[in-house]
Write a protein that binds this ligand. Structure first.
Ligand code: CO8
Length: 257
C-alpha cells in the first residue's frame, strides 16, 4: 500500500490519486515517483479504472524534484537514476489522466502536470520551471513538452528566467484547459474524468495515442496513425454498440471489447 500517495476509488471508473508529501510541498522523490509509476501500472491492467484524476494539495501540486535527494547524486548517479524509469512508466500509461492542479506546480511538478492529458487548475496555481536557479535545467520533459504546450517564446522565457506564470497566463498560453476556484478543481477534474470513463475504452485509448502522435511526429505520420487507429476501431463491439445505440435513441453500454 503506497504511503506517499492517497488513493480513492475507482468510483464510476475513475481512480483518484493524491500526491501526499505535505512536509515537502509534494516534492517528487524517487519513492513517490516509484509509487506513482506502480499505481499507474496496476491501474493500466484494471478494467474497472478507465481514467485517473491526479492531484496534490491546495498549497502545491508538486514543488519539483526533491532537491535534497538530488543533491546526493553526482553525474554517475544521474546516469543510473531510477527516476528516469519511473517517468517513462508514467508517460507510457495508456488511460487518460486529468490533473487537478492547485498552488506551486514547479520544475518536476510542472513536468508531471504535463504528463497529464487534461489540466484543470485553480486560479491561484503557479506554473514554472525554476531549475535554472539551481544551476541545472529541466530533465523530465520541461524543455520539450513546455514548448509544445505554450510555444517557443513563453517556454524559453520560463526556462531561462525560472520565473513562474499564473494560472490565468497558463490558460491563455494553452498549458491548461480550464480555470476553477481552487476548492472546485478536484470536483471539476473528476467530472471530466467520469465523462471520459463512460466512453468506449478502446476508442479513448487509441484517441489518446493519436493525440500524442500529433506532438511527436510529422503530419503525414500522424495522419497515417490516425487512419490506422480509426480503422482498427471498426472491428470493435463497442463501435457496433455505439452506432446501434445512436440509431435506437438510447445510451450506449460500452464493454471495452
Ligand atoms: N525539494 C525538497 N524540498 C522542498 C522542495 C523541493 N523541490 N520544495 C519545497 N521543499 C520543502 C522546503 O525545503 C520546506 O521544508 P522545511 O520546512 O523542512 O524547510 C518545505 O518544503 C516548505 O517549503 P518552503 O518553506 O520553502 O515554502 P515557501 O512557501 O516559503 O516557498 C516554494 C515555496 C517557492 C515552492 C519554495 O519551497 C521553493 O522554491 N521550492 C523549490 C522549487 C524548485 O526549485 N523546484 C525545482 C526543483 S528541480 C527539478 O524539479 C528538476 C526536475 C528534473 C527531473 C529529472 C528526473 C530524471
Amino acid at each position: 500500500m503506497p504511503n506517499l500517495l492517497q488513493l480513492e476509488g475507482p468510483h464510476r471508473g475513475v481512480l483518484r490519486i493524491t500526491l501526499h508529501r505535505p512536509e515537502a510541498l509534494n516534492a517528487l522523490n524517487t519513492a513517490l515517483l516509484g509509487e506513482l509509476a506502480g499505481v499507474l501500472a496496476d491501474a493500466g491492467r484494471d478494467d474497472a479504472i478507465r481514467a485517473v484524476v491526479l492531484t496534490g494539495s491546495r498549497r502545491a501540486f508538486a514543488a519539483g524534484a526533491d532537491i535534497n535527494e538530488m543533491a546526493e547524486r553526482d553525474l554517475v548517479g544521474m546516469l543510473d537514476d531510477p527516476r528516469q524509469r519511473h517517468w517513462a512508466a508514467i508517460a507510457r500509461f495508456s488511460k487518460p489522466i486529468v490533473a487537478a492542479i492547485n498552488g506551486f506546480t514547479l520544475g518536476g511538478g510542472c513536468e508531471l502536470a504535463m504528463h497529464a492529458d487534461i489540466r484543470i487548475a485553480g486560479e491561484d496555481a503557479k506554473f514554472g520551471q525554476p531549475e535554472i536557479n539551481l544551476g541545472i535545467m529541466p530533465g523530465a520533459g520541461g524543455t520539450q513538452r513546455l514548448v509544445r504546450a505554450v510555444g517557443q517564446a513563453l517556454a524559453t522565457q520560463m526556462v531561462l528566467t525560472g520565473e513562474p506564470i499564473s494560472a490565468r497566463r497558463a490558460l491563455e498560453a494553452g498549458l491548461i484547459s480550464e480555470i476553477t476556484q481552487p476548492e472546485l478543481t478536484v470536483e471539476r477534474a473528476t467530472a471530466i474524468a467520469e465523462r471520459i470513463a463512460e466512453k468506449a475504452p478502446l476508442a479513448v485509448r487509441l484517441a489518446k495515442e493519436a493525440l500524442h502522435k500529433a506532438l511527436d511526429t510529422d503530419l503525414a505520420t500522424g495522419l497515417r496513425f490516425e487512419r490506422h487507429a480509426f480503422t482498427v476501431l471498426a472491428g470493435t463491439a463497442d463501435r457496433e454498440e455505439g452506432i446501434k445505440a445512436f440509431q435506437e435513441k438510447r445510451r450506449a453500454q460500452f464493454t471495452g471489447r
